[in-house]
Design a protein around this ligand. Sequence first.
Ligand SMILES: [Cu+2]
Length: 155
Amino acid sequence: MQHIQSLCTFFRLILCLGLTIGCGLGYMDNAVAAGIMRQEPVQVHVSLGNTANELKFEPDHLTFASGQRYQMVLKNPSSQKHYFTAKDFADNLWTQKVQAAGVEVKGAIHELELQPGAEADWVFVSMKPGIYELHCSIAGHAEAGMVGQIIIEAS
Ligand SMILES: [Cu+2]
């Protein structure tokens, strides 16, 4: 009996490990995926630039918990175009959708371009723990300080 119990624990561990390593909801057990999709997304607000036209993200440090559903509200209150570019971060989450101006985009997203005054909602489930870089890919912006750090913490 003891033996069977430890065997069960072992397989549960393997399962958990599998879920952590799996790089998309596709790898997840359906029940686990359905549970995450029932989560009310946690709202996080990020500003690309500001009204004073400073070249920075506000905030420039973002922390997410793996396996949590988020709604990241991106806004560009400045008078110039900016990008939210975080390719490695985007590779390690599962995007449910990006919503902007009545349009909904589903599937993999790597970079978002926001025109002056634009707003976009990125709904995703953070997956693989790690430290990821963020920058604006407009020439000169990252060099001027438009960079940031995104952390996905193990939950
Ligand atoms: Cu920029």
